[in-house]
Design a protein around this ligand. Sequence first.
Ligand SMILES: NC(=O)c1ccc[n+]([C@@H]2O[C@H](COP(=O)([O-])OP(=O)(O)OC[C@H]3O[C@@H](n4cnc5c(N)ncnc54)[C@H](OP(=O)(O)O)[C@@H]3O)[C@@H](O)[C@H]2O)c1
Length: 384
Amino acid sequence: MPNSFSKTVRHLARLFLPRPMAAPVDMTGRHVIVTGASPGSIGYETARILAGWGAKVVATCVRNVPLMEATLREDLRKRGAGEHNVTAHRLDLSDPDSVNGFATWFRDKHQGRLHVLVNNAGIHRKTLAPRKQPPLAEDGFEIHWRTNYLGAFHLTWVLLPLLQRTGLQSGDARVVNVSSGLHERVGNEDLFDAGPLHEGPLHEGPSQGKPRHGKLRHEEPHHGEPRHEDPRHEDPRHDGPRYHSWDAYGRSKLAMIHMAFEIERRFAESHNLHAMAVHPGVVMTNLTLPPALRGRIGKVLHRISSALTSLVLLSPNAGAQTIVMCASTKSIQGGQYYERCAIGKPSEDCHDADASKRLWDQSEQWVGTLPGLAPTGENTRGHI
Ligand SMILES: NC(=O)c1ccc[n+]([C@@H]2O[C@H](COP(=O)([O-])OP(=O)(O)OC[C@H]3O[C@@H](n4cnc5c(N)ncnc54)[C@H](OP(=O)(O)O)[C@@H]3O)[C@@H](O)[C@H]2O)c1
């Protein structure tokens, strides 16, 4: 059976399986950050559930922080638990000042304790057809790579001392990286074709004038081998590589798995800091809804269609279950990829420890180039 066909059959079969739920855990006294928790999202449900279980949760989003906070509190109040456990804060992962400012604020407000960091925020700017030019973040990186991976890496890196200290003091700190089954679209070679980790800001250095979209060709050989051109990225209409948002999104999600596995390798034994990657399932959120269904008329259409789509897509609450399980369950195994509240099977490339290490080292070097690192209290090189 061809691979893609068997995958489709597997995904379809899952629609008819019962949707697993995480068992409640007392999270009292645990400090948690959930990024990307706007109403209607997976992060929102994650924050709401964990706050309802007693955790002190800081929920973040970019656009409407007061609305997110008010909605979360009202929701928790109605359910009779955790209303005062939630605080909201703005965090834009693609803006280094925002990440550093948030980390400093968090450290001061939470007395340097952080038990669980849920790196959930993510975007997918879908393009239906291949394009020549990728969408870029303000500092010139391909936007999915910048937001979904580099931004999450930066945040994790500046919060590492807090996670490590909390791990040592409490015996249990965690990072939960929200990935996606779409990580399978790409391989490790796509990570290291990614220009951003090798190049300086857009206006400097050898990449001057060129967008850095993760498929730029570099002169140097990869792992000592000549670089092979990947036919998937050849666009007959253009002489340059073509851009697929789905591949770019998948690349950022593959990197999130490597990051989780590398945290486990580096800090599990030394600091009781564990990390997991999660595929939440295919969930009905702003990310999956076409923009046409987001406006006022769209909302009406959405209600009409939701009965049908709920047969195919999970609710945000169902999508949050594996994430909250990884954030809370005592017996969780670090360095694993979870889906449907159980250990899942990521692509083979995720188990390449050299690739994880290389990506970590390069990402760390990149973070070192950012201005104004947050003074989170200790040596931010990952050791306290
Ligand atoms: N939905 C799915 O089927 C599915 C499947 C697999 C994986 N995932 C992953 O699950 C996670 C949550 O997705 P979702 O479906 O809940 O999406 P969503 O409803 O679109 O929520 C995304 C969240 O990320 C925030 N965000 C966007 N840009 C950001 C930035 N630059 N910095 C910080 N936060 C930012 C958004 O804040 P604003 O609202 O303020 O912009 C929002 O709170 C993502 O990592 C996604 O890749 C989703």
